[in-house]
Design a protein around this ligand. Structure first.
Ligand code: GDP
Length: 204
């Protein structure tokens, strides 16, 4: 496993609290319940790390984890709410937005999308927002193992999501598929290898 060492550094509630911008960082975002904690566990092999990210309450935390003493994995608050209606729009904190626009050491954002459910508007909006702001990001489809009864398959959901993006953008970002239940295919290895390799900003 490429992650040999992973340690929690700090939780920040504003830009000034974030660690000195001296190392490249890779941020993870997605709707609540998308499987962000599971992915962080899978990437780092440490269940305890993601627990930190489950801090209850309304305060918006950005959590920095130092990986292999050389880069930060950044856990951003989930956006939107799973229990809201299908029409729910992208709702995220001003701090998250500010972080995306101002963090000079941000190398890439992993936008997590649940492959077990049909295309969700907030996820599309988040992708478009990142593309418009020229923030480099990759798409990670989670729960690719999860087949819900009477629902399209993860494969169909993934294809529909890509098709929706291609209606607005000329090309797609780097795409990964994960399944943290079985860790099939060791997607995390591929993820870490490719993550910073491609400058993938969507072009309009
Ligand atoms: P978070 O709220 O985004 O941090 O999501 P969690 O990591 O806590 O996961 C939410 C739920 O989805 C939990 O019940 C997980 O067990 C489940 N889950 C996460 N990843 C996967 C996956 O790859 N496959 C399946 N089948 N379930 C998953």
């Amino acid at each position: 496993v490429r992650v040999k060492k992973a340690e929690f550094v700090k939780s920040s509630t504003n830009m000034a609290q974030c660690p000195q911008p001296k190392l490249p960082e890779f941020a993870v975002i997605g709707r609540s319940n998308v499987g962000k904690s599971s992915l962080i566990n899978m990437l780092t092999g440490q269940a305890a790390l993601a627990k930190v990210s489950k801090t209850p309450g309304k305060t918006i935390y950005i959590n920095h984890f130092l990986i292999n003493d050389s880069w930060y994995l950044v856990d951003l608050p989930g956006y939107g709410y799973a229990q809201r209606s299908k029409a729910s729009r992208l709702e995220w904190s001003g701090f998250t937005k500010e972080y995306f626009l101002k963090r000079e050491t941000l190398a890439n954002v992993l936008l997590l999308v649940d492959a077990s459910v049909p295309v969700q508007q907030p996820d599309l909006e988040c992708a478009s927002w990142l593309a418009d702001a020229q923030v480099p990001f990759s798409l990670v489809f989670t729960k690719t193992d999860k087949r819900k009864k009477k629902c399209p398959s993860p494969r169909e959901n993934i294809q529909a999501f890509q098709a929706a993006l291609l209606r607005d953008f000329e090309n797609l970002p780097l795409i990964f598929e994960t399944d943290s239940e079985t860790q099939k295919g060791h997607a995390e290895e591929e993820l870490l290898k490719e993550w910073d390799a491609v400058p993938n900003v969507l072009t309009t």
